[in-house]
Design a protein around this ligand. Structure first.
Ligand code: ADP
Length: 387
């Protein structure tokens, strides 16, 4: 291993079942290509000879099953080769899921494929494992549904949302998930603790819509789902994991890098014989990110949502009168007066209450979502948002 490599074109030879772990420099992008052999980035195969450009700060690994030579052009914060990876165990999980998809497809009434949920603490590699499982499945022609419940770092749309989208092709290593027709629910905060009931209501709403779509689509149903979750696994965070497992009827729970969480989930899910709880090793390549870095990458994701990865989108502004816009906030509105409550009851704010918001300076630099709802009281129930 080496750190802080100088800028120059150089080649790295990778032995079979090893990977090149890279953190791109802070100020310049890195170009990289596959010279010979075969290699993949988080489940997506690299095209031979074609230069790919990775933006500053990007953290990733190029893995090879059979050996490869990689060429890099540009400087890195770190790059080193590792031959100890959990990739074999990950691909074994994929093989089991693939078998279940085939079974689902072959059954006369075309039953349900695997519903996988990936759980673990922050920086255990959940998003990365989800991505690999999706890309490997898509490579074999399945159309698994990716559900991202991580409102802090979501990889389908902007932070603050939960979302789902079918994955039809291996995920692009640089561009990420292509946004054809995602189903998006706007939560509006970066942690569920701001309004736990709203978070649960949106998760339930999303699950119901997907359930309905699956009923009419045997292909998606057999392909199943991969659900990525938040890194919050204590207290309410743990409850929210159980809520998600239950709401989506997950039948495969993959626990990354935490013995305690694994044994808790195994014990609590023992009563459900059709749910498998599996413990998987965390990859040594997963990079821990400080909360400051996470916050930065969140701002970056919001920017990217509007402007694109390479500044290739140009959002246009629309001028509208304040009187033509209605802005609402969910939860946190004024509480019912004590006099209006049954004796002995405490006034608690209704977490799903939709309250009008004044348009003033407080709304500067705030991300809002445009709702499909016809009436304010439909905002939470049965409405996703316009993107
Ligand atoms: P989590 O979803 O659990 O918070 P991620 O999957 O997002 O964790 O991983 C954290 C960071 O580590 C990401 O930037 C990811 O690209 C990077 N990463 C994951 N696996 C590897 C690896 N094997 N080598 C290098 N970087 C990796």
């Amino acid at each position: 291993g080496g750190a802080g490599t100088a800028s120059a074109t150089r080649q790295v030879k990778l032995e079979k079942e090893s990977e090149l772990r890279i953190e791109v420099a802070n100020d310049t992008p890195l170009r990289l290509r596959l010279l010979n052999g075969t290699a993949e980035i988080f489940g997506t195969e690299l095209p031979p000879q074609i230069w790919l450009t990775f933006p500053p700060h990007f953290k990733f690994a190029v893995f090879t099953w059979y050996g490869a030579t990689i060429e890099m052009d540009g400087s890195t914060e770190t790059d080193y080769t590792a031959d100890e990876t959990p990739m074999v165990s990950y691909v074994n999980v994929h093989a089991v899921l693939d078998g279940r998809r085939n079974q689902a497809k072959a059954s006369p009434e075309s039953s349900q494929g695997p519903r996988v949920i990936v759980v673990g603490p922050t920086d255990s590699g959940k998003s990365t494992l989800s991505r690999m499982l999706l890309s490997w499945a898509a490579k074999q022609g399945w159309k698994p549904t990716f559900v991202d419940l991580d409102i802090g770092q979501g990889s389908i749309t902007a932070p603050g949302c939960i979302a789902a989208t079918p994955i039809e092709l291996p995920i692009d290593p640089v561009e990420g998930i292509s946004l054809e027709m995602p189903l998006v629910y706007f939560y509006g905060h970066t942690t569920p603790s701001q309004n736990v009931d709203l978070y649960k209501a949106l998760v339930k709403e999303l699950a119901q819509i997907l359930e309905r779509q699956f009923t009419g689509n045997a292909e998606s149903r057999a392909s199943g789902m991969v659900i990525n979750t938040m890194g919050w696994i204590e207290g309410v965070g743990y409850e929210l994991l159980l809520h998600a497992i239950d709401t989506f009827n997950a039948n495969v729970v993959l626990v990354l890098g935490q013995e305690k969480l694994f044994s808790m989930l195994r014990d609590v899910l023992k009563s459900k014989p059709n749910v498998d709880v599996l413990k998987l090793q965390k990859s040594g390549g997963v990079v821990s990110r400080s909360s400051k870095f996470r916050q930065k990458s969140r701002s970056y994701r919001i920017r990217e949502y509007f402007y694109g990865i390479a500044n290739d989108l140009s959002p246009h502004s629309n001028i509208a009168n304040f009187s033509d816009l209605f802005v609402y906030r969910i939860g946190g509105g004024p509480q019912a007066p004590r006099s209006a409550l049954p004796i002995g009851a405490d006034p608690v704010a209704n977490p799903l209450r939709v309250a009008p918001v004044n348009i003033d300076r407080d709304l500067l630099h705030v991300v809002l979502a445009v709702s499909y709802a016809q009436e304010p009281d439909q905002i939470v129930s049965r409405t996703s948002i316009k993107r």
